[in-house]
Design a protein around this ligand. Structure first.
Ligand code: ARG
Ligand code: ZN
Length: 877
C-alpha cells in the first residue's frame, strides 16, 4: 500500500479536482433537522481482491420540506434506484461530497450501488485495510463522518436507523463481524471459496456507530449476566499472536458492566459485546454499537510486554467505550457541535471508574496533570475553543482535550455541586427522558437541574473558551475572630468571542489551624461573580487556607500564599491530591521565574526531605507522584511570551538535581526497601514499581556510585515491563556506558511485538540528549512505518518532549516534513500532529520567527481541509 495512493484521490467524475483551499465553515446556529428520516438500512458489502462493492437499501420518510441530501466521499456510483425504478440522471445532482435528490416523495426507498477501495485507503476512515501479509484485515472507523466513505447516506448523528448488514468475502477471512446479532452465515452459492454473514442491530443508531470487520482473528470468550438477567456473550478478537494479551481487557469489560449497573443503574442491552484489536487506528478506540474497535495499544496487555501505566489505561479505555453504550449510543448527539455531551460525560464516568480501581487521590493527580499539561495549553493558545464549539470546518479537528477533558471537568463540577444523591437523580432523569434520542447540552443540563435550577448556569462553561484565573487573598481580624477570603475571577477574551462572563466556580476550601494542623472549617465556596468575599466566623487564630481541594474547578489559582504556607499544607493536608497540588505550586513558583514566580528552592527541598521518606513507606504511589517535576512542555504551557526552551530545560534539570541531592541519603535505602518481587497487579505492587523507577532515576541523578549497577540488575532480573522499561529508560537518559547494548537486547527480545517496539522507538526519540540525527535515523529504520499511527507517534510525538531540539531549524524541518508527508495519506493524524505546534508564537526570537516561516511554508503546500483549518488557526489567519 503506497502512501501516495489515497482514497481521496479516487476522483469522482462529478467532483472538481481542486484542493479545498478555502474550506467552508459550518455553524451551530444553522442547525436544521434532516428533511428525511431513515427507518431501515440494508447493507451488502462484498469484498474482492482489489475493491469492494456495496449495495444499500434505505427506507426513508420525509420529515420536513427540502431536498434529500446524502453525503458521499470517494465513492464510485454504479447505480441508483428510487422506489424500484432507475433514477434518471436529471433527478439528482452530485457535487463535492453530496448527492442531492430534489423531489423525493414522502416515502422513498433508495437503492444504491457503489464501488469503494479499502485496499488503498490510508486515511483510516470508512472501510480500510489494516495489518499486512497473513494479518491483513479490513475494518471500519465511521465517527465522525466516515460512513459516507462506505455509502451515500444522510450521515449525521440525528438520523437514527435499524441496520442489517450482509458481509461477503473470501474464506481467507473467516471473521465477519458487524453490529448486533448474527442472523445467518454460510457459503456463497456456487462460489465455494467465498462465504457470508448477516448481522442485524435492533437498536436505532446513527451511522457513525456502524462497524464491520473482515479478518482472520482469534477470539477470547467470556460471559456476563446483567442485573436485568440478560446473558451476554463477551468476545475479544485479536490476531492469534496477541490473543494471550486480552485477559486484562476482558476483566475490565466485566468490571465496567457491573460498575455502570451499580453507579448509574445502566445495564447492557444486547446479547453480545465484541471488541476487536486493530494495529492501525488513528485514535484510542471506538464505541460502535456492540462492536468496539480498539487500537491494539489500548486493549492488549500482558505483564511481560505492557507497562503498568499502559495497562491501567487499557482498563480505563475499555470502561470509556463501554460507558458510551448509554452516554453516546442510547442517547446520542443531535449534531457534532454537541460532541462534549457524550465525550465529557463519558470521560467523567471513566475517571470515576478508574478512581475506584486505585487510590482516588492518584487518579485525580493523573487526570489533573493531563488537563494542566494539555488542555490549559490549548486554552491559552490560538486553538482555544469552547467545550461546545460554535463553528468548524472539519469536525475531526475538534476531538480535543478541551472537548474531552474540560468537558469532563464541567460534569464533575455539576456532580460535586449536586452531591451524589441529587446527581444520581439527575442522571436517572437524563436516561429516562432522552433514551433513544439525539440531544443537546441544554437537554443534559435541564435533566441534571431537576433538583437545583442553578445547574443550568453551567451552560456558560460550555460556551466560553479560556481558562479562568482565580486570584485571592485573605484578611484575618483577631478582634472579631473573623476570616475573610476575597476571590476574583478573570478569563482572557478569545478573538471572535464575547467579553467573558463570570462563571460558577466551586472552590472547595478548608481552614487549617496553624498550631495543630487540624481542619477547623470546611466549605464549598461558590464564586459566581467577578469578585466576592466569603466570611468564616469563630476562627480563633489565623488559619492556613487550602483552596481548590481535589481541583474542584478547572481554573488557575493565584492565591497570596507564602512558600511556608504551602510547605505547611504539604505536611498537614489529609488528601493526597491536595498534597501533590502544593508540591506543584511550589515547583512552579521556583521554575517560572520571570513569569511572576518568586520562590527559591529551599522551602520546597526541605519540605520534600521531611515528607518523602516517611510517605514512601506508607503510600509508594503517592510518594512517586510527589516527586513530579512538570515536563518541559508542561512548564512551557504556562509561558505566554519569550519562551526560551534552553532556559526552561536548564532550570528544570537544575531543580531535579537539587531535589536528588537534597534526599541523597535516602535513595539507597528506599531502593532496597522496594525489592523486586514476582509480578502482581495490585495497587500496592504498582506503587512499589512506580516509586522504584523514580528512585532509580533520582539515584543516578545524585551520582550514587551503585545506581548504574542497580539499573542493570533491574533490567536483567525484571519480572515485568514496568521494571525492564524503567531501567532501560534511565540507562538511555543518563547515557550509561552500556545503554546501547541494552537497547539492542531490548530490540532483539521483542522484535516481533509491535507495541514493545513502539516503546523502543519512543525511549530513543524522547531521550534527554536526543539529536535531530537520531530522529532521522529512527524515521529511516526498517521497522518505521508511515501507515501505522502508533509507530509514527512513537517517534514524532515522543520527540515533542524535547523542545530544545524540536524548536530548531533542523527539528522543525523534520517535524513539518512528517506533517507534509501525512497530509494526503492520513489528514486526521497530520492535523493532530500539527496542533502540537500551536504555541510557536510564545517562543523567544529567533526561534519564533523561524517557526513562523516554516509554518507559512507548510501553509502554501497543505492540501487536506483538516491541516488547512488547523494551520489557519495556528497562524491566526
Ligand atoms: N468516540 C471515540 C472515543 O472517544 C473517538 C473516536 C474519534 N475518532 C476520530 N477519528 N476522530 O471513544
Ligand atoms: Zn469517547
Amino acid at each position: 500500500m503506497s502512501a501516495t495512493e489515497t482514497a481521496a484521490q479516487i476522483i469522482n467524475p462529478d467532483m472538481p479536482d481542486v484542493p479545498p483551499h478555502a474550506p467552508s465553515k459550518i455553524h451551530l446556529k444553522d442547525y436544521k433537522p434532516s428533511s428525511f428520516d431513515v427507518e431501515t438500512v440494508d447493507l451488502d458489502i462484498k469484498l474482492f481482491d482489489e475493491h469492494a462493492i456495496v449495495d444499500s437499501t434505505l427506507v426513508m420518510q420525509r420529515q420536513t420540506e427540502g431536498d434529500l441530501v446524502l453525503y458521499g466521499e470517494a465513492l464510485e456510483l454504479m447505480s441508483i434506484k428510487l422506489n424500484d425504478e432507475p433514477l434518471a440522471r436529471n433527478r439528482y445532482t452530485q457535487s463535492e461530497g453530496t448527492l442531492t435528490i430534489t423531489d423525493a416523495p414522502e416515502n422513498t426507498k433508495l437503492q444504491l450501488q457503489v464501488r469503494i477501495h479499502p485496499h488503498t485507503n490510508t486515511a483510516l476512515e470508512g472501510l480500510y485495510i489494516a495489518g499486512s501479509g497473513d494479518d491483513t484485515m479490513f475494518v471500519t472507523q465511521c465517527e465522525p463522518e466516515g460512513f459516507r466513505k462506505i455509502i451515500f447516506y444522510p450521515d449525521r448523528p440525528d438520523v437514527l436507523a435499524v441496520f442489517t448488514t450482509r458481509l461477503e468475502a473470501d474464506k481467507r477471512f473467516p471473521t465477519l463481524l458487524s453490529n448486533g446479532n448474527l442472523l445467518e452465515a454460510g457459503e456463497v452459492a456456487d462460489v465455494p471459496e467465498r462465504h457470508y454473514a448477516i448481522w442485524q442491530d435492533p437498536t436505532n443508531k446513527p451511522s457513525y456507530l456502524f462497524a464491520c470487520v473482515i479478518a482472520d482473528l482469534d477470539v477470547l470468550t467470556d460471559s456476563y449476566t446483567t442485573s436485568e438477567g440478560r446473558d451476554v456473550l463477551l468476545e475479544v478478537y485479536a490476531k492469534s499472536a496477541d490473543i494471550d494479551k486480552c485477559a486484562v481487557g476482558m476483566q475490565a469489560l466485566k468490571d465496567s458492566m457491573q460498575w455502570d449497573e451499580v453507579n448509574y443503574g445502566r445495564a447492557y442491552d444486547l446479547d453480545r459485546y465484541m471488541i476487536v484489536a486493530v494495529s492501525q487506528f488513528n485514535m484510542g478506540a471506538m464505541e460502535n454499537k456492540g462492536l468496539n474497535i480498539f487500537n491494539t495499544a489500548c486493549v492488549l496487555s500482558s505483564p511481560e510486554t505492557t507497562t503498568d501505566s499502559r495497562s491501567f489505561s487499557v482498563k480505563s479505555i475499555i470502561a470509556h467505550e463501554y460507558f458510551h453504550n448509554w452516554t453516546g449510543n442510547r442517547i446520542t448527539c443531535r449534531d457534532w457541535f454537541q460532541l462534549c455531551l457524550k465525550e465529557g460525560f463519558t470521560v467523567y464516568r471513566d475517571q470515576s471508574f478508574s478512581a475506584d480501581q486505585q487510590s482516588s487521590a492518584v487518579q485525580r493527580i493523573d487526570d489533573v496533570a493531563t488537563l494542566r499539561a494539555h488542555q490549559f495549553a490549548e486554552d491559552a493558545g490560538p486553538l482555544a475553543h469552547p467545550v461546545r464549539p460554535e463553528s468548524f470546518v472539519e469536525i475531526n479537528n475538534f476531538y480535543t482535550t478541551t472537548v474531552y477533558e474540560k468537558g469532563a471537568e464541567i460534569v464533575r463540577m455539576i456532580a460535586n455541586t449536586l452531591g451524589p444523591d441529587n446527581f444520581r437523580k439527575g442522571t436517572d432523569e437524563y436516561f429516562r427522558r432522552y433514551d433513544g434520542q439525539a440531544v443537546t447540552v441544554e437537554d443534559f443540563l435541564s435533566a441534571l437541574s431537576i433538583t437545583d435550577s442553578k445547574i443550568e448556569d453551567f451552560i456558560d462553561w460550555y460556551r466560553q473558551p479560556g481558562t479562568p484565573v482565580v486570584s485571592g487573598h485573605q484578611d484575618y481580624d483577631s478582634a472579631t475572630q473573623t476570616l475573610t477570603i476575597t476571590l476574583s475571577q478573570q478569563t482572557r477574551q478569545v478573538a471572535g468571542f464575547d467579553v467573558p462572563k463570570p462563571l460558577p466556580i466551586p472552590v472547595a476550601t478548608a481552614l487549617f489551624d496553624k498550631d495543630s494542623g487540624a481542619i477547623v472549617a470546611e466549605r464549598m465556596l461558590l464564586l459566581d461573580q467577578a469578585t466576592q468575599t466569603f466570611t468564616f466566623e469563630n476562627v480563633v487564630s489565623e488559619p492556613v487556607v487550602s483552596l481548590l481541594r481535589d481541583f474542584s474547578a478547572p481554573v488557575q489559582l493565584n492565591y497570596d500564599y507564602q512558600d511556608e504556607d504551602l510547605a505547611f499544607l504539604l505536611k498537614y493536608e489529609n488528601n493526597g491530591f491536595n498534597r501533590w497540588q502544593v508540591t506543584q505550586m511550589l515547583v512552579n513558583r521556583i521554575l517560572l521565574q520571570g513569569q511572576g514566580a518568586k520562590s527559591s528552592p529551599e522551602v520546597y527541598l526541605q519540605a520534600m526531605a521531611q515528607t518523602l521518606p516517611e510517605l514512601a513507606a506508607i503510600d509508594a504511589m503517592l510518594a512517586a507522584r510527589l516527586l513530579d517535576i512538570p515536563s518541559a512542555p508542561e512548564l512551557a504551557s504556562a509561558i505566554h511570551k519569550d519562551y526560551d526552551p534552553e532556559l526552561i530545560k536548564a532550570q528544570r534539570e537544575g531543580l531535579y538535581q537539587q531535589l536528588a541531592e537534597a534526599l541523597k541519603d535516602h535513595w539507597a535505602m528506599l531502593y532496597k526497601q522496594l525489592p523486586m518481587q514476582d509480578y502482581e497487579d495490585s495497587a500496592a505492587a504498582r506503587g512499589t514499581r512506580a516509586l522504584r523507577n523514580v528512585v532509580l532515576d533520582m539515584a543516578l541523578t545524585a551520582n550514587i556510585a551503585d545506581a548504574a549497577e542497580w539499573a542493570q540488575q533491574q533490567y536483567d532480573n525484571a519480572s515485568c515491563m514496568t521494571e525492564r522499561f524503567g531501567a532501560l529508560k534511565v540507562m538511555v537518559n543518563h547515557q550509561l556506558a552500556n545503554a546501547d547494548e541494552y537497547l539492542t537486547d531490548f530490540y532483539k527480545r521483542f522484535q516481533h511485538d509491535d507495541l514493545v517496539i513502539d516503546l523502543w522507538f519512543s525511549v530513543q526519540a524522547s531521550a534527554d540528549m536526543v539529536t535531530p540525527d537520531t530522529i532521522k535515523s529512527l524515521l529511516a529504520h526498517n521497522d518505521f512505518d508511515w501507515n501505522t499511527p502508533n509507530r509514527v507517534r512513537s517517534v514524532i510525538s515522543a520527540f515533542t518532549s524535547q523542545p530544545t531540539v524540536l524548536w530548531t531549524q533542523e527539528g522543525l524541518d523534520i517535524y513539518i516534513a512528517v506533517i507534509k508527508k501525512l497530509d494526503d495519506a492520513n489528514p486526521v493524524l497530520a492535523s493532530r500532529l500539527l496542533q502540537v505546534l500551536a504555541r510557536w508564537n510564545t517562543l523567544a526570537e529567533p526561534r519564533r520567527q523561524m517557526a513562523h516561516e516554516q509554518l507559512l511554508e507548510l501553509q502554501k503546500q497543505a492540501t487536506s481541509k483538516h491541516v488547512i483549518e488547523s494551520l489557519n488557526s495556528v497562524l491566526g489567519s
